[in-house]
Design a protein around this ligand. Structure first.
Ligand code: 13P
Ligand code: 13P
Ligand code: MG
Ligand code: MG
Length: 373
């Protein structure tokens, strides 16, 4: 039996440069030093450090399985070290996503986001790491559905005998903290009832129904729910396996040619188009956006991360960017009106309680409406 490898993508915003737009190179360098040291010690097989907007992404491979305390400790310590650099440079929101002073074994629920998958490497193992800024984990629902359940996106569902049985979706209810599993294609209508509401229901993982192997995993933390107050959007990450029984690379990337609307953007309180960009273009400025998604491809080779291929740098996504910017122009004209602004219960930096408190004495009851004449 071939040795298993775990891919762990763990991310945090520990200080923006400038504002919420980018990560300062000094933080990325610090993270790279610590990742290199962990490779030398044998804790990691390989690592790649990058960013999407103001979020640092640690892409790590190792042999210890998901939710391993040593790997989570390493990620935590790396973010703490980067926070020290951020504080020195007085970067914006230094330590923003580190919600506690004491690490206790697992990074989930402590602020950073994590997507991890354990797999047995196939003869060739292409993976895509997606990283988004200025949005939330539910942003992956629409593209994951397109990749793994929509034959109009993924020709392999029709053509490839290894995909024809479909895929299994694990969905998490982030409010009631429950999970439910659906088989596609038979149960797609039930699946869509839930995942069409991405503020509450998130696709956590997808499995092949032919091989039972994992095909995708996302981060599903909700920072605001963890902290009970606004602490920044939980800008999500996701890992997708590709080819040979999974969607081809072109099928994995295809959903992002249509920028769908996601929650996030300015102050975590607006709907906007998810714009596919290269790492170099992942510096949200326009109204702190529009929300961005980066896709880095790697070939795994005995756990080594061969890559990256910065997929959305391709001119094939220019048109999607243009569409996203037109959508941004249109939505921005709505200003503080819904549906550009999020509904009140979804607003992250909401002033409503304060406004309502101040106005309370000025509210008068309406006369009851006469229903019978
Ligand atoms: P695989 O069977 O290797 O996934 O080939 C399909 C393909 O690459 C078409 O784009
Ligand atoms: P981040 O969640 O990326 O830090 O953005 C917060 C924000 O308020 C942007 O306007
Ligand atoms: Mg930030
Ligand atoms: Mg961010």
């Amino acid at each position: 039996m071939a040795q298993k490898i775990t891919v762990s993508v763990i991310k945090a915003d520990v200080g923006g440069f400038v504002g919420h737009s980018d990560v300062h190179p000094a933080l990325l360098n610090r993270a790279r030093e610590l990742m290199s040291a962990a490779i030398e010690q044998g804790l990691l097989v390989d690592a790649y450090v990058t960013h999407a907007g103001d979020d640092i992404n640690l892409i790590m491979t190792h042999r210890r399985g998901p939710d391993n305390p040593d790997i989570h400790q390493l990620a935590w310590d790396t973010f703490v070290a980067c926070t020290a650099v951020a504080k020195d440079l007085k970067l914006y929101g230094a330590g923003q996503d580190l919600l506690t002073d004491a690490f206790s074994g697992n990074i989930r629920g402590m602020g950073p986001g994590a997507a991890e998958m354990e797999l047995t490497e196939r003869d060739s193992e292409p993976i895509v790491v997606f990283m988004a800024d200025k949005t939330e984990p539910g942003a992956w629902n629409w593209p994951l559905y397109k990749m793994f359940a929509d034959p109009f996106n993924t020709a392999g569902l029709v053509i490839d005998p290894k995909m024809h049985k479909g895929f299994r979706f694990e969905v998490h209810d982030l409010i009631d903290k429950k999970r439910v599993v659906f088989d596609a294609p038979e149960e797609i209508y039930d699946l869509l009832v839930l995942i069409g509401s991405p503020g509450r229901f998130c696709i956590k993982s997808v499995y092949s129904r032919t091989t039972d192997e994992i095909g995708a995993v996302s981060s599903t933390e909700r920072l605001s729910m963890i902290a009970g107050r606004y602490v920044g959007k939980d800008d999500p990450v996701m890992i997708v396996r590709s080819q040979s029984g999974f969607p081809a690379i072109g099928e994995v990337l295809e959903p992002f040619a249509m920028p769908h609307l996601v929650a996030g953007w300015m102050r975590g309180s607006h709907n906007g188009p998810l714009m596919p960009v290269s790492v170099a273009q992942a510096t949200p400025t326009r109204f702190d956006g529009p929300p961005r998604v980066v896709a880095l491809g790697f070939q795994l080779a005995g756990g080594r991360l061969v890559g990256p291929q910065d997929f959305f740098a391709d001119i094939a996504f220019d048109e999607a960017r243009r569409t996203a910017l037109q959508m941004a122009n249109y939505l921005r004209r709505l200003g503080p009106f819904e549906p550009h602004r999020l509904p009140l219960d979804e607003m992250e930096y909401t002033t409503l309680p304060h406004v309502m408190e101040r106005l309370e004495s000025r509210f008068e009851p309406l006369q009851p409406i006469r229903t019978e004449l």
